[in-house]
Design a protein around this ligand. Structure first.
Ligand code: ADP
Ligand code: MG
Length: 503
């Protein structure tokens, strides 16, 4: 249970601006809101207005050490609790999150610019879903008996790894944090999270809410920048496992540091996911599927965004037209307005990066970039980081827009004539996270599903990550899986062998 008083209200609040201010300047360590030891803070900005909504504590190695020491102390007792009871507590956290869904949705919309109805509320509900799923898996932390010798009882047991360091990005921070924290806790580890500098608030409120149920020190969160706060977390001697979601270059840095310490690491590093559409598909369903696959409601800021769409030539023109018409009908505007489908880009850095890709695409000979969906007219949003969704045709496979992860509302569409040709193009990528196939010919679909280089292939749908289904990429998209029972067992426990000589 939490000590009171806290800077934050106990009951759910719908005043996200006030909540953001009250959380200003704090990490959450050992069951309490605590300021950064240096006293330093940095701005949290609402990307829809450009206004500063809070100051986040700027963590460094001293804060990391305090959090990890607390987590290490708490871990001893937490690991001794029966696994099923740990699960029950994590499940109970889900109930507290459910009571605060509306609050968390408004808070994440405020700091990230993600639309309330289409994204933020969905994400908050998914957090509860993930906690419920893993909360039920406590009794699945089983070992085996090994047939060694009838007179020697030989068994394996699953043990936690210790303190887990988790580093998360800003695009779906609440969901991605839950995918790491829930299985880590149920397996008997304790956790220190380093939030993304662009989105530190909603995840910290979740940490506070879960600390109303969990023993102090089991779940801690720090805000701060990558090199100053993330790196010392990875390097801390008492951190025995690192789980990271972010970019490929930072993934390599994290993996190197973990390698130096000889600790296991899980990496989820983005993608350039192909969507392959055959002429025999269910046309309307597939066009609608292209919009959700491209995650336009999240401004395309998704690792699994269908940023390369290959359409069989006979339906190519009709498909591009139908898709553009549908995207045009989407409403871009105030993230907190229920009518809004599409919100803003997260930060000015990302805004410039995405705009650079769009300019480059437009300047490419033979290419056409079609801007869809009207810009918002509201004066209050004139400084907002809005970018119109763009659909490019006529680009070559070697274009930077086709090879690099844009992480914005930009997709490239190509015609194809032949299944082998499109498979080669789809696999011609550094990434291998997800792919989707749209056809009523399951023979072709299943054949390609087997040969696509991706961690997840979906036929006639393209859902975001789901609890119970292993999620994680191949090639530069990462290392290891998340979201499933196997992921919990493989990535948050080790197997110990125990032998008893009974002769
Ligand atoms: P993005 O491009 O989405 O910002 P990053 O890989 O830059 O992805 O960031 C993902 C997370 O990794 C963020 O929480 C960021 O602060 C953190 N990070 C950045 N650099 C480092 C680093 N050198 N060591 C550890 N964490 C880092
Ligand atoms: Mg970054």
């Amino acid at each position: 249970m939490l000590d009171r008083p806290h800077p934050t209200p106990e009951a759910p609040t719908l005043d996200q601006a006030d909540l953001a201010k009250r959380m200003s300047g704090f990490h959450f360590i050992g069951g309490r809101y605590v300021p950064a030891k240096s006293g330093k803070t940095f701005a949290v900005v609402n990307p829809a207005t450009g206004e500063e909504v809070a100051r986040a504590a700027e963590g460094d190695a001293a804060d990391v050490d305090a959090a990890v020491q607390d987590a290490a102390r708490a871990q001893k007792e937490w690991a001794r609790m029966p696994a099923r009871k740990r699960g029950a507590l994590v499940h109970k956290c889900a109930a507290v999150i459910r009571e605060h869904v509306e609050e968390l949705a408004r808070l994440i919309a405020l700091e990230t610019g993600k639309a309330l109805r289409t994204e933020s509320r969905v994400e908050a509900n998914t957090v509860a879903d993930i906690l419920e799923f893993f909360g039920g898996l406590g009794s699945e932390l089983k070992g085996e008996s090994v047939p060694f010798d009838p007179k020697v009882l030989s068994v394996t047991i699953r043990e936690p790894l210790g303190v887990v360091g988790a580093i998360i990005p800003w695009n779906v921070p609440m969901l991605l944090m839950a995918l790491k924290v829930a299985p880590a806790l149920v397996a008997g580890n304790t956790v220190v999270v380093k939030s993304a500098e662009e989105a530190p608030l909603a995840v910290m409120r979740i940490c506070e809410l879960m600390n109303r149920v969990l023993p102090a020190g089991c779940f801690n969160i720090l805000s701060g920048f990558g090199p100053e706060c993330g790196a010392p977390l990875v390097e801390h001697p008492k951190v025995r496992k690192v789980t990271f979601t972010g970019s490929v270059p930072v993934g390599r840095i994290v993996a190197k540091a973990a390698g130096e310490k000889l600790i296991p690491v899980t990496l989820e590093l983005g993608g350039k996911s192909p969507m392959i559409v055959f002429a025999d598909c269910d046309f309307e369903k597939t066009v609608a599927g292209a919009l959700t696959s491209m995650r336009f409601t999240r401004q395309g800021q998704s690792c699994t965004a269908a940023s390369r769409i290959y359409v069989e030539r006979p339906i190519f023109d009709r498909f591009v037209e139908a898709m553009a018409t549908r995207v045009d009908a989407m409403v871009m505007g105030d993230p907190l307005d229920e009518k809004t489908d599409i919100g803003t880009i997260i930060s000015t850095d990302q805004f410039e990066k995405v705009r650079g890709f769009i300019e480059e695409g437009k300047a490419t000979a033979g290419a056409t970039g079609r801007a869809c969906s009207a810009m918002p007219k509201d004066q209050a949003l004139r400084k907002g980081l809005f970018i119109q969704p763009h659909i490019f045709t006529g680009l070559g496979q070697d274009s930077r827009l086709v090879q690099e992860e844009i992480f914005g509302p930009v997709t490239c569409i190509f015609p194809f004539d032949d299944a082998e040709e499109v498979l080669a193009e789809a696999n011609d990528s550094e990434y291998g996270l997800a792919a989707s196939l749209w056809t009523n010919n399951l023979k072709v679909g299943l054949d390609l599903a087997h040969r696509l280089e991706a961690g997840l292939v979906q036929i006639n749908q393209n859902l975001v990550v789901q609890a119970n289904l292993s999620y994680g990429g191949v090639k530069s998209s990462g290392l290891g899986k998340e979201a499933s029972l196997e992921a919990m067992l493989e990535h948050f426990t080790h197997k110990k062998t125990i032998m008893v000589n009974m002769a």
